[in-house]
Design a binder for this molecule. Structure first.
Ligand code: WTA
Length: 701
């Protein structure tokens, strides 16, 4: 008994426990003008995608694509929870995003790539030109780099048109791409390359950020070393040049290993490569994301189901038409960019805009000038960017004559007040907003309002999107009913075509992490017995809208990007003076959450600024600038349970000036006050009114 009591006290801090407590908000209606042009206006969609029509309902999405061979089976559940979609079908993603549009849209812009320097004009790439460039680069990948279907290639590039061209060239050959966010360090890139078994890296030499040219190729050397340390040799690095005539990196090119793409491409001018018909279940790409253990996991996405799902949701939820100019500000190096900059919009023949640099560079009006100049009518971004733009210039949008019909928010919970600014100022009270909740693992949206059909509610993602049946379970797997105001774990009852296939090379972890918690019968082949556990806390309102509170696992959502606490902690431990490290999320006005670090030094070392600086530098080199902590606190000891586990909950409470709750079960309760003094100073800081969830949590002990 005593043991289980200690165990229940061992729960770590989760984001939803520090989530802000929201009240019920008012509703907003889409305008008649929006409804008149929308792709999805018939409420019969709810019936068509109701549980009784599952899984056949998803044929509606697959039918939006062009297949070499139609599937025999919509959903195969023989090997749960490794669901298979559109089995027997043959398809190519590159063909669907490029070739099939040539007949009707060859002179229409496919991509508009906006350079950060405002003096450089946007680069427009038509579907015809995209076709030629994807073919030429595919020929290079096949004939020069020796890549073929099923091989993996790691791509570490900034937000320029060459990135989607590279991805589509891979997809044309059936080569599995693994794009690593450009802002991640060379070390992070190398580890991912090693995990995926890539022997080719694709880079760009440099790019602009806040007016400065970043030497990106410099990170390639680090990536190669990191990969080799893991036993993965890198044979070739293909380097696109930001300015084709000049190399803008200080790092030397290594003869026989590094090649300028623009030079090699000369040999492939005009070469056409037939798209390879791939099995619907063939992997299209890997996307690494943080999880509960130190090692990032490669989420493996299939070709047919994924493409069908992002196309269907782009059409119905993003309301994308071929005539739209659509701008998603996410980075292509995250799942949002893959699904809703590249694959979804291009499958629908839209014009997809990308921007190289910082949204507020050179001033707070930049985003709105881009929107005005390019005639953007669908805009997609994150709460972090919205908070930042609001802070930089709350009245800027009204100075510009762009005209959004539709806007998206994704990646973190959005505060109703920030939502209202987005609606009133950015959307000028005309644009609908969809708050889309989903994850890297999911391929596409899980919860959102249907923009022309459902009412909007600030701060709430809304109901499940068509064909997604979400549910909230408590810890005992009891379904929590709507309108109780109580938080639980949001799960999805059914499989869907966009769900990832597995974690690359780790089937066991896939099952354990996403399905074991609520699996009703591990022997069952019925999908009904395998709810998908999302690791997010959520509340279900009486109107059926889900409000997402944040992660319930060891993941911190920084500015909409996932960082694993264990990943950060192991990085800290590589600093020789550090004996123990604990990472907790702290509330940040702009980024939502940022990591804060607690370290205990090894005996014989005294706290110094030099050590904290080194911890910060290590996080930046091993993971990237995104992992920069708000603060690093050197403390005498960690609060621990009697079984020796670090109580991050207590640390998070201190960092967020919340009540630490009952600490009497700790092995060393006295240390809590000492830590508090290190962090908050001698004076006792008045604790803020604690969020509901945290208060509940404190009582559990
Ligand atoms: C969070 C990003 C609230 C959530 C597409 C999830 C959100 C994690 C929302 C996934 C939203 C994403 N409202 N929270 N609309 N969208 N999240 O894998 O905690 O980078 O688990 O995918 O972001 O982040 P990921």
């Amino acid at each position: 008994m005593a043991d289980s009591k200690t165990k229940s006290a061992v729960v770590d801090t989760t984001e939803h426990q520090i989530a802000v407590h929201w009240k019920e908000e008012e509703n907003y209606k889409p305008t008649a003008e929006f409804i008149a042009q929308a792709n999805l206006t018939d409420p019969a969609i709810n019936e068509r995608f109701a549980e009784k029509n599952f899984p056949q309902c998803f044929e509606e999405y697959a039918d939006m694509l062009t297949w070499y061979k139609r599937w025999d089976t919509v959903l195969d559940t023989n090997d749960p929870p490794f669901w298979k979609w559109f089995v027997g079908g043959k398809i190519n993603a590159s063909y669907n995003c490029v070739d099939r549009h040539l007949a009707k849209y060859k002179n229409k812009a496919a991509l508009i790539s906006v350079p950060e320097p405002e003096g450089e004009d946007p680069v427009t790439i038509t579907y015809q030109e995209l076709y030629i460039r994807v073919n030429e680069f595919a020929a290079l990948l096949r004939d020069f780099a020796g890549l073929k279907a099923g091989d993996r290639v790691t791509i570490h590039m900034p937000m320029l048109a060459e990135l989607p061209i590279t991805m589509l060239a891979c997809a044309r050959l059936g080569v599995i791409h693994s794009v690593v966010f450009g802002g991640f360090s060379g070390e992070a890139c190398g580890l991912r390359a090693a995990d995926s078994g890539s022997n080719v890296l694709i880079y760009m030499d440099g790019y602009y950020r806040s007016g400065k040219m970043i030497d990106h190729k410099a990170s390639a050397e680090i990536a190669v070393a990191a990969a080799e340390k893991e036993g993965q040799k890198i044979d070739k690095i293909l380097v696109w040049r930001r300015h084709p005539d000049k190399y803008c990196s200080a790092t030397p090119m290594v003869k026989g290993r590094d090649f300028f793409v623009d030079e090699i491409l000369k040999d492939y001018r005009g070469k056409l490569v037939d798209p390879v018909p791939m099995d619907a279940e063939a992997p299209l790409f890997l996307m690494y994301t943080s999880g509960t253990t130190g090692k990032p996991k490669g989420c493996q996405h299939r070709t047919g189901g994924y493409l069908a799902y992002v196309t269907g949701t782009s059409k119905y939820i993003q309301d994308i038409h071929p005539t739209d100019t659509y701008w998603c500000m996410a980075d292509i190096g995250w799942i949002t960019g893959h699904s809703y900059i590249v694959y979804g919009p291009l499958a629908l023949a839209a014009t997809s805009v990308t921007y190289e640099g910082v949204p507020t560079y050179p001033d707070a009006g930049r985003v709105w000038r881009i929107a005005e100049r390019l005639g953007v009518n669908i805009f997609h971004t994150s709460p972090t960017a919205i908070r930042m733009l609001r802070k930089a210039g709350a009245e800027e949008p009204r100075k510009y004559h762009y005209n959004f019909k539709h806007m998206t928010t994704v990646g973190e919970p959005i505060e109703p007040e920030v939502w209202r600014w987005y609606y009133n100022e950015v959307g000028k009270q005309k644009a609908v907003i969809v708050d889309t909740w989903w994850q890297t693992e999911n391929g596409g949206f899980l919860c959102s309002t249907k923009p022309a059909i459902d009412l909007m509610k600030p701060g709430s993602a809304g109901p499940g999107v068509p064909g997604i049946y979400p549910v909230i379970y408590d810890e005992q797997a009891k379904e929590m009913s709507a309108g109780t105001g109580k938080a639980g774990n949001i799960c999805i009852k059914n499989p869907w075509p966009g769900i990832f296939q597995t974690i690359w090379g780790d089937r066991e972890r896939f099952v354990k992490q996403y399905y074991s918690k609520y699996c009703k019968d591990p022997k069952s082949k019925k999908w009904q017995d395998w709810p998908y556990f999302a690791a997010d806390g959520a509340v279900l309102a009486a109107d059926g809208y889900f409000r997402i509170l944040g992660r319930v696992d060891d993941v911190i959502n920084v500015a909409g990007h996932r960082l694993g606490t264990k990943e950060l902690e192991s990085a800290c431990l590589t600093v020789p003076e550090v004996a123990e490290a604990a990472v907790v999320p702290v509330v940040d006005e702009i980024k939502g959450r940022v990591p804060e670090i607690y370290i205990v030094l090894r005996p014989g070392y005294a706290p110094s600024k030099e050590i904290t600086d080194r911890v910060i530098a290590t996080l930046e080199t091993m993971i990237g600038k995104i992992a920069r902590p708000k603060q690093v606190h050197i403390v005498p000891d960690m609060p621990k349970t009697r079984s020796g586990k670090i109580m991050r909950r207590v640390l998070a409470a201190i960092s967020n000036t919340l009540d630490t709750g009952d600490i009497s079960t700790l092995a060393n309760p006295d240390v809590v006050e000492q830590i508090r003094q290190v962090v908050q100073g001698k004076e006792k800081v008045a604790t803020k009114e604690g969020p509901e969830d945290l208060k509940q949590f404190g009582k559990e002990e």
